[in-house]
Write a protein that binds this ligand. Structure first.
Ligand code: GTP
Ligand code: MG
Length: 187
């Protein structure tokens, strides 16, 4: 029998980087090219089977508004999250520079052990690319985050982004469970 897990995760990143598009591609399939900015937060659920880990993961995806003025709303949505996707738009350099601020905001709310995956989104727009794969990978490596290049338009690596994060969270959950049973034995 596979082990069952439930995790709350947060989609993080500037406005219009594709947080909602990735979430919709992953949970429902399809793609909407009109931009409708998220107000406050949206919420979606999806189950994922990780055969290699003999685990079933139910993800509660909190899709946060990236616009700075929603910052006060966001604080409450971090609570209880076990991981996050740090999304930027490869055609807008500013959104890449800002993932560091998103990381800081997330660490402040959840601690620096929270598993994060860096998601370089919109790689279908090759001609207007402004941030190289190398730069993205370098940032991820520096912080020991995983790195994925995705496109919500084509669907490339979208499931991989969520699956990689899920693997990381399952490992963290196992470590927590081990520590707890050791605490019990010790106590
Ligand atoms: N070409 C291309 N366009 C994308 C991709 N992902 C998202 N978009 C488009 O980019 C725009 C913004 O996408 P959203 O998913 O709404 O962005 P968001 O990060 O949720 O933005 P906020 O809700 O304002 O924080 C929309 O017009 C999408 O259609 C992608 O991979 N490729
Ligand atoms: Mg959105």
């Amino acid at each position: 029998m596979p082990a069952e897990y439930r995790f709350k995760i947060a989609m993080l990143g500037d406005g219009a980087v594709g947080k909602t598009a990735l979430t919709i591609r992953f949970t429902e399939g399809g793609f909407e090219s009109d931009y409708k900015r998220t107000i406050g937060a949206d919420f979606a659920i999806k189950e994922l089977e990780l055969k290699d880990m003999n685990a079933n993961v139910k993800l509660q995806i909190w899709d946060l508004a990236g616009q700075p003025r929603f910052e006060s709303v966001r604080q409450g949505f971090y609570r209880g999250a076990r991981g996050g996707l740090l999304v930027y738009d490869v055609t807008r350099r500013r959104t890449f520079l800002n993932i560091d601020t998103w990381k800081d905001e997330c660490f402040t709310s959840l601690g620096s052990n929270i598993p994060l995956v860096v998601v370089a989104n919109k790689v279908d727009l090759e001609d207007s690319r402004a941030v190289s794969q190398e730069e993205g990978e370098q940032y991820a490596r520096k912080h020991k985050f995983l790195y994925v290049e995705s496109s919500a338009l084509t669907g490339e690596n979208v499931e991989e982004a969520y699956a990689n994060l899920s693997r990381h969270m399952v490992n963290e959950a196992k470590i927590r469970a081990n520590n707890t049973s050791e605490d019990k034995r010790a106590g």
